[in-house]
Design a binder for this molecule. Sequence first.
Ligand code: PLP
Length: 380
Amino acid sequence: MRFETIAIHAGGRPEKTYGAVSYPIYQTSTFVFDDLGKTRGGFDYTRTANPTRKVLEDTIAQLEGGKAGFAFATGMAAETTVIHLLKAGDHIISGDDVYGGTYRLFQKVMSDFGLEFTFLRMDSRKKLEAAVRPNTRMLWLESPSNPLLNITDIEMVVAVARQHKLLTVMDNTFATPYLLRPIEYGVDLVVHSTTKYLNGHCDVLGGAVVTTTDDLSERVQFRLNAMGTGASPFDCWLVLRGIETLPVRMREHQVNAAAVADFLVKHPAVKKVFYPGLKSHPGHEIAKRQMKGFGGMVTFELNGGLEAVKGFVRKIKIFSLAESLGGPFSLAEHPATMSHASMPAEHREKAGITDGLIRLSVGLENIDDLIDDLRQALET
Ligand SMILES: *Cc1c(COP(=O)(O)O)cnc(C)c1O
């Protein structure tokens, strides 16, 4: 099966018992045993496993080309579970421009449990190798990154990881498996916030992990159950429904995002546009090589800094001032005070997240309406 078909049929859909085309929501906490030690299909308690969750997990695993998938209550629950594969004393090298919540989890929570972190722009093999310590166990990357849409050369990172026997984890939330399949480049674990494009409708929180070996699958499933981080059946059903239209939505998001980027580049109020599809983007060539498209996110910097941002966010009408991304609704957010507020100012500055930066999640509205809205909001 090809991508579009997997998105609709994976996990044994339509369901076999009654032929339900929309897979049922098994809204139950517990399952009847037929005899001591004898369950039906291996389901005994929903924290451990649930049929609706299983269909979603199988679907995401197949879309990513991995061994097994796991669905979590949120993207952060997925990340929390993955970081617990390590133990006190281990060192992790993370991208320096990862999602703000990832940075907060690592720096403000996991550091208290004896994990050590180095935050680094993974744009040079030398720099990355120099950061590896004897106790380094994991490389954590995100590409395109948030909010600057920096592109990381995955093959380079994987080469360093293999040489030093490190586990690679990639947050593939922004690209989705439709545009990028990190496992094809040798990444060990893929994580997602399914809250974003995979669900795609701004109506649920969810996370996912895709593994590449039986050992990793066992360890992730053990932690999902032990830590209670798994997703609820209803939430899984929503994400599953969203994934059915993922390819169609991604194609449309991209067309709109490219048009928005082209418009912004030419606008005099705009200082800089960050979109991997632009030839001027430093990661353009790598993105072209490793991705099937450039995605639906566009970030730009206004000439007037924070004051100009205040004017812009008050004027937008179709774009809403809101965090998150990946839904039909076009959203604009201000990383410095919103998504990346949990990052200290000094670290933000180092990562290039300035006060004049605005990140757009370009939605599925008519492109002319979106551009008209941006044009009127940029007028001074
Ligand atoms: C939103 C997001 C997360 C966190 O996901 P939640 O579902 O909000 O917990 C992690 N990584 C990236 C790239 C995100 O955009």
